[in-house]
Design a protein around this ligand. Structure first.
Ligand SMILES: Cc1cc2nc3c(=O)[nH]c(=O)nc-3n(C[C@H](O)[C@H](O)[C@H](O)COP(=O)(O)O)c2cc1C
Length: 197
């Protein structure tokens, strides 16, 4: 999918930052390949790519309700106005590595939007629905649209880049357009009507 610069800025919320979070940590994982595909659709100036495999979280024994000691990516998550979660499906859900990243933060997520790009043998829809429920608890609004990529390892070009068909590419565009709308609305809402309940 080749995306023009104009198209990329039209999908990135005006003046807002988007964090693309890749949730798997296995050796030879697909996650970064899919995250790169998502990132290519966004304005690089507004993008932060967070690979959970590169993040060292504190020991879970230090976790308490609402987070724990500040993590090394807390400021990056706090700086984001919107999130794209890129997640595989493991045993009908999303991986524990992504849940740890989520649980280690709290206020950083609050009143922000997210869209989900999942993948798996069957498209990763169970991971999408499990993640929606967890994000709702953190006052993260998920877009109606979410993308489930079926066996994306069958759509790699000779350089290992994910190159899906046009319908899948249109699905990403629609999800990001919806995310952009929420990002702008919720950024205004956080400023004008902070959620205090
Ligand atoms: C522990 C484990 C469980 C899996 N369970 C599922 C599953 O329930 N549904 C599915 O569609 N794919 C499942 N898969 C296949 C993965 O979606 C596929 O291997 C994918 O590439 C994993 O993402 P990753 O490479 O980023 O780790 C599973 C893979 C692993 C490693």
């Amino acid at each position: 999918m080749s995306i023009s610069t104009d198209h990329r800025s039209s999908l990135s919320p005006a003046g807002r930052r988007v964090a693309v979070i890749s949730g798997s940590v296995r050796k030879d994982r697909m996650g970064p390949t899919i995250a790169q595909w998502v990132a290519a659709a966004l304005d690089p100036a507004q993008l932060d790519l967070i690979d959970v495999a590169q993040v060292e979280l504190p020991d879970d024994s230090l976790l308490y309700p609402g987070g724990g000691p500040k993590s090394e990516v807390a400021d990056r998550i706090a700086a984001a106005d919107a999130f794209v979660f890129v997640t595989p499906e493991y045993n009908h859900s999303y991986p524990a590595s992504l849940k740890r990243l989520i649980d280690w933060h709290y206020g950083e997520w609050r009143v922000k939007p997210a869209t989900i790009v999942a993948y798996g043998v069957h498209g990763g829809y169970a991971a999408i629905e499990h993640l929606r429920g967890v994000l709702a608890e953190l006052s993260v609004v998920t877009t109606r649209r979410a993308l489930g990529l079926r066996a994306p390892w069958t759509c790699l070009d000779d350089q290992g880049r994910y190159t899906p068909d046009a319908e899948v590419a249109r699905g990403l565009t629609a999800s990001l357009a919806e995310l952009r709308w929420w990002a702008e609305v919720l950024a205004d809402a956080r400023r004008d009507r902070p959620l205090t309940i």
